[in-house]
Design a protein around this ligand. Structure first.
Ligand SMILES: *[C@@H]1O[C@H](CO)[C@@H](O)[C@H](O)[C@H]1NC(C)=O
Ligand SMILES: *[C@@H]1O[C@H](CO)[C@@H](O)[C@H](O)[C@H]1NC(C)=O
Ligand SMILES: [Zn+2]
Length: 308
């Protein structure tokens, strides 16, 4: 199906299912992160994932979508998003108390698996599961319709993509992404990820990268570094709950007011200006989340973000 079919051959679930960011988006986040891991984080990732996932966050990133429809993992399906009860395109916001009141959403899931991945009292299997959830959820939190309640995150809005009937959620998960990767990157997710990495190292993302991991809130003057956020949370003393995932969700959610709902009825979203306007958003979001995932794991295993 895609050029990375060889990777899927290694996995227990051979058929990539198309939800979350879709397989392509999730794998790209993982492959970007791999190139920014510091020594102990890299060593944990490689040994924890092992040959099943080719020792890489790329192939492992889709596991959480593969299992969520299975009986044993049904409970995890609500952890892939936060239902922001805002009013796009007029007003956009995410509030943990309003939108995750029952404590079961992507914000609390990231917190849970952050503490579990470094919990040495858990088994290697449990810590691998925590790592695969973080790998996946830090991707999903960058997809605008995973931080939006309207019309079930766009699932209930029928739209057209390259001549086919689809829904808005699915178009953002995969329709736009797959067209982008096949048109511009030879349909290779690693070629795409490498291009995003070089923009982060020395290209157009270089000047924004530090702000992507600062976790400054847009609505509060309280600044918290990613290190302080994780340390405060793991100490369970000074600072709880986590600030960074909420900052990321709010950042992602702004696109629900600027891009996601900006189309006219009958417009084909994958062959019109909607697509060209979405491309820079999608590429930035994938690069951001890969960089943030690396920063997160670097703080957890090496004590600091260790990023340029
Ligand atoms: C596994 O990873 C190695 C290097 O990390 C890479 O060269 C190889 O192409 C990967 N294999 C698959 C099937 O992706
Ligand atoms: C944390 O993760 C574990 C293992 O997946 C799960 O059983 C538990 O319900 C989670 N706790 C919360 C509060 O989400
Ligand atoms: Zn997902």
């Amino acid at each position: 199906m895609w050029s990375q079919i060889a990777v899927f051959g290694l996995l227990p679930f051979a058929i990539p299912t198309v939800y979350g960011w879709g397989a392509t988006g999730h794998q790209a986040v993982g492959y970007v992160a791999m190139q920014f891991l510091s020594p102990k984080a890299l060593s944990f990732v490689q040994s924890s994932l092992g040959t099943t996932y080719n020792r890489s966050l790329g192939p492992a990133a889709t596991w959480a979508d593969d299992v969520k429809s299975q009986t044993a993992y049904k409970w995890s399906s609500v952890l892939h998003y936060v239902d922001a009860e805002d009013d796009p395109p007029y007003s956009c916001s995410v509030s943990e108390s309003r939108d995750c009141g029952d404590g079961k959403c992507i914000l609390t899931a990231i917190a849970n698996y952050t503490s579990r991945v470094v919990d040495t009292s858990l088994s290697a299997t449990q810590r691998q599961e925590a790592l695969k959830f973080l790998d996946h959820f830090i991707g999903d939190i960058g997809q605008p319709l995973h931080v939006e309640a309207l019309e079930v995150g766009g699932n209930d809005i029928d739209v057209k993509c390259s001549g086919s009937t689809s829904n808005l959620h699915s178009v953002w998960d995969s329709g736009l992404v797959n067209k982008l990767v096949s048109s511009n990157y030879g349909n290779s997710v690693t070629t795409w990820a490498n291009a995003l990495v070089s923009r982060l190292n020395s290209g157009t993302y270089r000047s924004s990268a530090a702000s992507w991991i600062s976790c400054a809130s847009t609505t509060s003057t309280v600044k918290r570094s990613l290190e302080e956020d994780i340390t405060g949370y793991l100490d369970r003393r000074a600072i709880t709950p986590l600030r960074c995932p909420l900052t990321w969700a709010a950042d992602t959610n702004t696109f629900d007011c600027s891009h996601v709902f900006e189309y006219s009825s009958g417009q084909d979203l994958c062959t019109s200006s909607y697509y060209t306007n979405a491309v820079p958003v999608i590429e930035t979001q994938i690069a951001k989340q890969g960089y943030r995932l690396a920063a997160w794991l670097n703080v957890l295993f090496d004590g600091s973000t260790n990023l340029p």
